[in-house]
Design a protein around this ligand. Structure first.
Ligand code: GTP
Ligand code: MG
Length: 196
């Protein structure tokens, strides 16, 4: 088990923690399962608020893990009808956060494993590449796919992102969590094993 503490829900730059410990960011479309995955990884179902209503997480939530790094839950994008203004709102807050945030050691980009990536998913990916933020791609809700579908989707989605490898995961079954923890611990250089 890991110790996970809620630290702050940041609505603007002023609220971001200033202690400089490493940050692992969870980013992706609204409703893709960011908060659920954070809860599964920490073994605490009540840590991050989840909802079947898209747009649950509106500010940037910081959770301190074992006192040594943060899990950062970003607000989801892509749920509003007015797509353009939605992109602007999301971009504004996220840009404030990601740009010049030297503490980010890893961005975990979540995409729904059941469907092809949206244009916003692809843009986020390009953006992380351009900003040279280390990042991994995680397919969520894999429990909703058969083994066959899972293999197909892995290939199709990976191809959409230019051959980037994809970790299939499920907040329901815990699939993929071991691999994600491995990447998190490598990035944060914390050697002790967590959440086995
Ligand atoms: P926002 O805060 O709106 O950006 O959404 P989010 O990305 O944090 O999604 P959240 O974790 O709140 O999950 C959205 C819905 O998907 C909830 O109803 C979850 O129960 C469901 N869900 C999330 N992960 C999984 C999964 O791995 N499997 C299944 N079957 N459902 C999932
Ligand atoms: Mg959320």
């Amino acid at each position: 088990m890991v110790k996970a503490e809620f630290i702050i829900s940041a609505a603007s730059k002023r609220d971001f923690p200033q202690d400089g410990i490493p940050e692992v960011v969870f980013a992706g479309r609204s409703n893709v399962g960011k908060s659920s995955l954070i809860n599964r990884l920490t073994g605490n179902e009540k840590l991050a608020r989840t909802s079947s209503t898209p747009g649950k997480t509106q500010s940037i939530n910081f959770y301190r893990i074992d006192g040594s790094f943060y899990f950062v839950d970003l607000p989801g994008f892509g749920y509003a009808k007015a797509a353009k203004s939605e992109i602007q709102r999301w971009k504004g807050l996220i840009e404030q956060y990601i740009i010049n945030r030297s503490a980010i050691v890893l961005a975990i980009q979540l995409v729904d494993s059941r469907m092809p990536p949206t244009i916003l998913d692809l843009r986020l990916f390009e953006w992380l590449e351009r900003l040279e933020v280390p990042h991994i791609l995680v397919g969520t809700k894999a429990d909703k796919l058969s083994n066959n579908q899972r293999n197909t989707q892995m290939r199709v989605i990976s191809k959409s992102f230019g051959g980037q490898s994809l970790v299939m995961s499920s907040a329901e079954t815990g699939a993929g969590c071991k691999e994600i923890w491995k990447r998190v611990l490598q990035a944060t250089a914390v050697t002790k094993s967590s959440s086995e």
